[in-house]
Design a protein around this ligand. Structure first.
Ligand code: BEZ
Ligand code: FE2
Length: 408
């Protein structure tokens, strides 16, 4: 058992409590927390880890949506229009995937850890990132992804998916948790959706999907028209969409731990359907800015528990949630900046935990996993501005603990 002491604790709990001169008592779990004077009386003779002046204790960040296999992209892919981007992914993916070897993915995961992210939800299309995700001390929810809308390919695609999923299940551990990703409503055949979701139910796995990211996706799903029509004609010899947005969502009934990434073009009915499913929206504002020039209306987020994700380096220049929070401050420019800061930090901690179905992570709370980080501000700060200044000034965490073990 040990005590970590800092100028501030930001609990990210239900009330977003902030404690001045606070301590957290922990072993692999959080045993207690509170003001310094109270804690030293309750836990005498317990070793105290001191932090630098103006440090803040908070739960480890949770990034529920990345694609590590696309980590080799820097400037190759084309931004500014969703169909142009998708075309560039198809043109370059073989090269990019080959370049993203284990050493490169290991380096990216190390960078992520340095920033203070202690849990990742990563979508894997090929399984090439699996060893890195097994070896890292980070908690990883590993989403084996199914993609493919061509009916002639169904058997081969499903067999390949099953092999990847069973490989992941074989390596399941406390910090490597297999799960399932359905790429999107437009790119996965309904038969594959049905079969993969039935596997998720049978094996009690979390599920994620991209949903209504672009206007092109919406037009295609609603009326088999718009920018996606050309793409489907040329690439897959298809002129009719195989699913509607609502039909797609209804297939997820009865599943636990659902998340839907983007939802930029989702209407009220679709958002309410996601609520009924107890699904969590994963908001990736930087990716949206780069690919679609659009994002989800903040009014659709602010009354919901949402999560923040970076998406992969295929649509971002960074996998840091601090960078993502900073960008979100500018993207949602009409919101009060201090209130928005608190919502973004909540989305990057407890919101991510909800998205991934981890009910003992994302908060400084008794009985929760001791996934704890500290960050250090350059100077003194008023309580009212604490979260905003933390978002503006943090590049890396000062200390990182996962299940009580100090990693950084
Ligand atoms: C497909 O494999 O069917 C597909 C992939 C990407 C976008 C759309 C469809
Ligand atoms: Fe994504």
């Amino acid at each position: 058992m040990k005590i970590l002491r800092a100028s501030w604790i930001v609990t990210c709990d239900e009330y977003f409590s902030i404690i001045e001169d606070g301590c957290v008592v922990f072993d692999t779990n959080i045993i207690d927390y509170g003001e310094f004077e109270d804690i030293i009386q309750k836990y005498p003779n317990t070793p105290i880890i001191e932090t630098a002046p103006n440090s803040i204790i908070l739960p480890g960040l949770i990034n529920p949506h990345v694609h590590l296999e696309f980590s080799a992209n820097k400037t190759t892919l084309k931004y500014g229009n969703f169909m142009t981007w998708l075309g560039s992914v198809i043109e370059h993916r073989a090269d990019l995937i080959e370049k993203a070897d284990t050493a490169l993915i290991d380096t990216e995961i190390k960078n992520i850890l340095q920033t203070g992210t202690t849990t990742l939800g990563t979508v894997s299309s090929y399984g090439f990132d699996m060893q890195s995700c097994i070896d890292t001390p980070l908690n990883v929810v590993y989403f084996s992804e199914i993609i493919g809308s061509n009916s002639g390919m169904i058997d081969a695609l499903f067999a390949d998916f099953q092999a990847r999923l069973s490989n992941a299940l074989h390596h399941k551990s406390d910090n490597f948790i297999p799960a399932i990703a359905i790429h999107s409503p437009y790119s996965v055949h309904p038969f594959l959706i049905r079969e993969t979701l039935s596997l998720a139910k049978e094996k009690n796995l979390s599920v994620t999907a991209h949903f209504l990211e672009s206007t092109e996706e919406k037009e295609w799903l609603e009326s088999s028209s718009g920018g996606m029509l050309e793409f489907f004609k040329n690439f897959l010899n298809q002129t009719q969409s195989i699913t509607k947005a609502e039909e797609f969502l209804k297939q997820f009934k009865g599943l636990k731990n659902l998340s839907f990434t983007h939802c930029c073009l989702a209407n009220n009915e679709e958002l309410e359907l996601i609520d009924e499913l107890n699904g969590t929206i994963i908001h990736c504002p930087t990716s949206n800015r780069f690919l679609t020039n659009n994002t989800i209306d903040y009014d659709n987020l602010k009354f919901r528990t949402f999560a923040l994700g970076t998406d992969g380096l295929s649509s971002n220049y960074s996998l840091s949630l601090w960078e993502e929070m900073r960008n979100a401050l500018f993207i949602h420019q009409h919101q009060n900046i201090t209130e928005l800061s608190a919502k973004l930090l909540k989305a990057s901690t407890s919101g991510g935990a909800k998205a991934l179905g981890m009910d003992k992570k994302g908060k400084i709370e008794k009985g929760f996993d001791a996934d704890i980080i500290t960050v250090t501000l350059p100077d003194i700060c008023d309580k009212q501005n604490l979260i905003l200044q933390m978002i503006l000034h943090t590049k890396n965490a000062s200390q990182v603990f996962i299940k009580g073990e100090q990693i950084v």
